[in-house]
Design a protein. Structure first.
Length: 409
């Protein structure tokens, strides 16, 4: 890299208004300074020229649902390994969930995690969630005002808020502080892991959020009824959003076998649920694709389907799987995919950032034509459990920059 950090990415394309346009990109000292169809290198002799002919450039992808397992569970993943996996996948901003030890439910417990993020020198921007309730136990609601400036939002991910009164109190606080509640919806009075356990709580919360007017986001939506409840709330003007994950968009329970790499919560559903999620993406009801990247040790995922711990990894496979299975067959456009994985999460959570001059040089470069086979042995994540092992895909990330610094090649 040139000494002053000036780089020209030459010969690539960017997506604008849903179409691909040839564009060179110049960034210097960590900031995008010029985007033009042809940037003459001789006009910028200080810049290193990087040939990315045939590649597509995006602003850095965002994942609003990951698990980096620190503090408390560093045998599964560390902030260092998780952020390296994110960089390899084209992500420059990720949001770890708070099922940690200690759970980040107050300034002092959150600080333990923030110190680790800093000390491990995370490759990407790591913005954690704080818990909704103290200890993530579903009881007393945390002091959101004391935490909001240092977190992406509030979630008890891994557990649904069982009591409507507790969720109402959380929503009232969220409205007052203008923060996002990111809810894992799972009603424990329903059949465990059945569709009702998800959508009954989604419907309850979506109705409350419509009345209260808070910012409310649903984690890892997997059922057709959840999609419909969110669609209804949006139609009523609610500030409601949701995410789904690549595995719910490409697999059903019919694809499952007796391996831990197919076990996650919520589980894979029926074909009708998958189709409803795809329709929800197409009509704007489902606005975000997140991975729910959830690493475990090899032993914890080697006990067969029923006895393995729940969770799979996804940061290194999400874009190529979605490009291959949704964009290539014409289900959605490439521009739509970048909206789902970059623009919408930035907007919904207030992160900002765009592929424009003056913005931080957080950039991902993708080779859409090069075909390769996903091999979990090549992952940089400490977790290797994925249902996509052996899939032939296109759309590999070949370069990622954070603030103009090359963090993956």
């Amino acid at each position: 890299m040139a000494e002053n950090g000036s780089i020209i990415l030459k010969g690539g394309q960017i997506v604008q208004r849903g179409e691909l346009f040839p564009s060179d990109i110049l960034f210097s000292d960590g900031v995008i300074t010029l985007i033009s169809e042809n940037i003459a290198p001789e006009a910028h002799p200080e810049a290193e020229v990087v040939d990315i002919t045939g590649c597509v450039v995006s602003y850095g992808l965002v994942d609003v649902h990951v698990h980096f397992r620190e503090p408390g569970f560093s045998a599964k993943e560390t902030i260092a390994s998780g952020s390296a996996a994110a960089a390899k996948g084209g992500y420059t901003l990720v949001c770890p969930m708070p099922n940690l030890n200690p759970a980040p439910d107050a300034p002092e417990t959150l600080q333990v995690q923030l110190d680790l993020i800093r000390s491990e020198q995370a490759k990407v921007d790591v913005r954690p969630f704080a818990t909704i309730t103290s200890g993530r136990k579903g009881g007393a609601v945390v002091d959101m005002a004391a935490l909001k400036d240092k977190v992406a939002g509030f979630s008890d991910d891994g557990s649904g808020i069982q009591t409507a009164d507790v969720m109402k109190e959380a929503m009232m606080q969220a409205l007052r502080e203008d923060v996002v509640i990111s809810a894992h919806c799972e009603d424990m009075d329903q059949v465990p892991f059945g569709p009702e356990s998800e959508w009954v709580q989604v419907a309850r919360d979506a109705e409350m959020a419509t009345e209260i007017g808070c910012r409310y986001h649903v984690c890892h939506v997997s059922t057709k009824e959840s999609v419909e409840a969110i669609r209804k709330a949006k139609a009523a003007g609610a500030r409601v959003s949701c995410e789904t994950a690549p595995h719910y968009l490409t697999l059903t329970q019919a694809d499952r076998n007796d391996e831990g790499r197919f076990r996650m919560n919520p589980p894979l559903r029926e074909a009708a649920d998958r189709d409803a999620l795809i329709a929800g993406i197409q009509d704007g009801t489902v606005e975000v694709i997140a991975t729910d990247h959830a690493p475990h040790t090899a032993e914890e995922k080697s006990r067969g389907y029923d006895k393995s711990l729940m969770g799979i990894v996804g940061l290194e496979t999400a874009f190529p799987v979605m490009y291959t299975k949704l964009v290539k067959p014409g289900v959605i456009s490439l521009g739509k995919l970048f909206e789902l994985m970059c623009d919408n999460p930035r907007r919904i959570f207030g992160f900002g950032g765009a592929l424009e001059p003056g913005q931080p040089a957080d950039i991902a470069v993708f080779d859409l034509d090069g075909e390769y086979v996903i091999d979990s042995k090549d992952f940089v994540s400490m977790g290797h459990s994925t249902p996509f092992d052996g899939w032939k895909v296109q759309g590999r990330c070949v370069r990622t920059y954070k603030d103009g610094k090359l963090i993956y090649e």
